[in-house]
Design a protein around this ligand. Sequence first.
Ligand SMILES: *Cc1c(COP(=O)(O)O)cnc(C)c1O
Length: 396
Amino acid sequence: MREDFCFETRLLHNKHKWEPETGAVSVPIYHASTYHQPDLDRFGPYDYSRSGNPTREALEETIAELEGGTRGFAFASGMSAISTAFLLLSKGDHVLICEDVYGGTYRMVTQVLSRFGIEYTFVDMTDLDQVASNIKSNTKVLYVETPSNPLLKITNIQGVAKLAKAHGCLTFVDNTLMTPALQRPLELGADVVIHSATKFIAGHSDVVAGLVVVKDPELADQLSFLQNAFGAVLGVQDAWLVLRGLKTLSVRLKQSTASALAIAKYLQKVPEVLDVYYPGLPHHPGYAVHMLQADGAGAVLSFRLKDEQAVKTFVRQVEIPVFAVSLGAVESILSYPAKMSHAAMPKEEREQRGITDGLLRLSVGLEDVHDLMDDFERAFKTLRKERGVTAIGTAG
Ligand SMILES: *Cc1c(COP(=O)(O)O)cnc(C)c1O
């Protein structure tokens, strides 16, 4: 792949733009689970598809190149990518992890890794002093999610990576919300980049997949060993769907990011909205850091309604967004973190992290932005009317 090509061009014109044997302009789907061995002591490039498969490998090579790494690994889900990366740890190790991490990652760390004697501390990673003061002698991983989900908090990747290096720890970055189109953590000093490819990378709400990319060849060997040992590999049909989705990643993100900014600005002016969380708004506390380490604010934003009771009505009234868990799709997705993505977190923990009952998350898709804003405005008008009725009712 030519390095002087822009990211947009490299999404299409990479090593896998055609298949050398036939010239096919789409990566063939190799269903084979096993491969003929030429002789007793001669081996082909593949032996068994858990260990390696040409279709999966095409995706792994493509994502590695796009993230600026040396090797990529495709998994059956974002969670299996995360869990496999955590298998780099051993009993007695400690993980420092950002406090408003994805709910599934929180569950993995607190309820599974803990049973294997792996310790953890959650910290507010937007504050590098807090990160530094919580590193212990047995800390092995600093785990970052930036922007975080659902509050879009920004962690300085370079800052964390520097602290990690100084203490002999690895930096893991969950890059799901940004994708390599907007943020490339390996270039900022991170060691392991993780994706739920279910979201923006595949982008069409039709596949569950996970990816890991590393730069260091030794780390690559360890992960390759763990991918094969744990065995949570991505199936070939799904690998193909991710490759297909990846081709349009840049255009999708550009349009969705522009729409997200317009919607964030609109929501700021709505009287029923208490707060808007979007790293593309200059008043966002992480704005400056984010704009230095990323090429855009992305397509996910959250907002808090003043009246927590109004959430139900609002969700019922909006017509366009799908009301669902997940994000990063062609269709806009509205979700309710308290009861969906962060249901695994105890209420006190959740509220302490700002994930209160009035919070809604929006992943902006490819619909016309004015249609989306009109839809929201209609829902807010209904809220206003209902409140008016209640007020009259109370007065009477
Ligand atoms: C969805 C998500 C995950 C988990 O990925 P799955 O593909 O659902 O297993 C991890 N991190 C983030 C930020 C996510 O949004």
